[in-house]
Design a protein around this ligand. Structure first.
Ligand code: PEP
Length: 249
């Protein structure tokens, strides 16, 4: 079923001491909305964050994983390793992984399969670049990204997937898609899923928006009927800002 979700992607920020400080501040915040709350610290702080937030309603999730179970993949982390410390959810396909680490659709499809085989939930990210939007190709790009990484799956698999539409031109730039642009794309994404799998999948999918969401714009974006929350970068590094977004429903 569709759920409101706000997930904070810390990216490569916060060492151990900073993680402890931010988690202490997060625990002091009031949670007044019905949104599920998640944070994605760097790998080195996952266990510490998981332990610190065990009794809380904040889920600690991973920013990435490899598709193999184990083996000669220096520097990588598997789904099984994440599961072994209690992590149940992983972000896949973030535009920074696509752009800087060559994570193409075929690799992402393998990662999706590995996460699902390990009973993990996935926040699957995708979104067009500025040139795509300027040339009017944003829907074609988004359709292709979803189709190539996800359309080999059975419909049942979508129960464990959350989608995150993140236009690349709005990530970390301060430039947000307008609430109407987000709504239009989310509606298109639901239609794309419904065309392939039927309305059950399209209607029930939680679809997050990501790209410079801040306390000042979250309420308007989240008020759109096909927007079920946000994947938050910069504003997730400040506890007050993050909870202003969590509570913006
Ligand atoms: C992100 O990294 O997924 C993101 C949306 O970043 P920001 O909120 O900083 O644009």
């Amino acid at each position: 079923m569709r759920q409101n979700i706000v997930a904070g992607n810390w990216k490569m920020n916060n060492d151990l001491a900073q993680t402890e400080t931010l988690i202490t501040a997060l625990k002091e915040q009031q949670h007044t909305s019905n949104a599920e709350v998640m944070i994605a610290p760097p790998f080195t702080n996952l266990w510490n964050a998981f332990e610190a937030l065990r009794q809380s309603d904040i889920e600690v999730i991973a920013q990435n994983m490899h598709f193999a179970e184990n083996g000669a993949y220096t520097g990588e982390i598997s789904a099984g390793m994440l599961k072994s410390i209690g992590i149940q959810t992983v972000i896949l396909g973030h535009s920074e992984r696509r752009a800087y680490f060559n994570e193409e659709d075929a690799i992402l499809a393998k990662k999706v399969d590995a996460a699902l085989a390990n009973d993990m939930r996935i926040i699957f990210c995708f979104g067009e670049e500025l040139a795509d939007r300027k040339s009017g190709n944003e829907e074609a790009v988004v359709e292709r990204q979803i189709r190539k990484a996800l359309f080999h799956l059975e419909s049942i698999a979508f129960k464990n997937i959350v989608l995150a539409y993140e236009p690349v031109w709005a990530i970390g730039t301060g430039e947000t898609a307008s609430p109407e642009q987000a709504q239009d794309m989310h509606q298109f994404i639901r239609k794309t899923l419904s065309n392939k799998y039927g309305n059950g999948v399209g209607d029930n999918m939680s679809i997050l928006y990501g790209g410079s969401v801040k306390p000042s714009n979250a309420k308007e974006i989240f008020s759109k009927p096909d927007v079920d929350g946000g994947l938050i970068g910069g504003a997730a590094l400040n506890a007050e800002d993050f909870y202003a977004i969590v509570n913006a429903f």
